[in-house]
Design a protein around this ligand. Sequence first.
Ligand code: PMP
Length: 363
Amino acid sequence: MKYDRIWNFNAGPAAVPIKVLERVHRQWFNYNRAGMNVMEMSHRSKEFDKIHNATIERTRELLKLGQDYHVLFLQGGASTQFTMVPMNFLGKGQTADYINTGTWSTKAIKEAKLFGKVNVAFDGNEVDFMRLPKQDELKLTRGAAYVHLTSNNTIKGTEFFKFPNTGAVPLVSDMSSDIFSHRFSAKPFGLIYAGAQKNLGPSGVTLVILRDDFFRTAKSKLPTMLNYATHVEKNSLFNTPPTFAIYFMGEVLKWLLDQGGLKAMEEKNKEKAKLLYGFFDEHKDFFRLPVKRRSRSRMNVCFRLHDEKLEAKLIAASPKAGFSGMKGHRSVGGLRISMYNATPIGAIRDVIRFLKDFMKKHG
Ligand code: PMP
């Protein structure tokens, strides 16, 4: 493969588009005749300002966001958003609904409980997190401050494609592992957050998309850096933002737009998922898919071998065959292929060939 690379199926940090790496490489020593790398620029410079605002504009364009949405670049990962969301939006006497569909939702719930009343509208523990709830299973609170969900469960391998109807109550979503991988309407969302290290670029920046009317319901007396208002008022430049990560994200978003935006991404991701899940479905005697069909993630494909003793062997054989990151998360075991936007269909064809060979040898 070009540059002697391997197929990277890590769940995050994850593969970035090769075209973006090449472009950043070309700009490495002298970005746009500035005479320096972006990481060497002042965050108050005109040059960086352009990069910063272009990244915001590309986010708006991809999601067709109106001016009633704020686009922020924060630090502390998605995990800090688990805290900031309830700290800002869960007021005294209010209830927030949380849909628990896995490890990350569970962590978000734990944080929310520090600030107010939490109603678990669906407890995925009861189905071992192997499927997502249907609308009529949700026990929603009338007049809740918001309804929180994790759109894609990186560890368990489940993904929402249709979001719950919560009426006038704003949805808040952790989209860390599937943002920009398919089309959706941002309208019902009061807030969307995503750590960058899966579909957006390097770790270190967290994208936050905040609807203005929801933002206006936030509490005010909060620690400065954990108050959304600080970052809204200063266009994420209250302090030094993660400049290089923002620039890199901007390049990824440019690549996304050049590819045809979310529609094109959705088609590609559907095709990859169809191919890989199709292969596993065809070889049910050897492989097992724990996630219920309608909840299957297009981003993180979790699978098991009926003979679980063979799993370690398959994982051990994968790096030599040119693949990285196929081991399932330590909390669930098994195997996982993470295939975000940057993973081309060729990688999936190659891994299927590898899995077929393994099956022939051991089946
Ligand atoms: N949410 C989801 C869905 C994740 O997959 C992860 C893990 N990368 C996190 C939150 C935590 O993100 P971070 O490490 O950026 O805090």
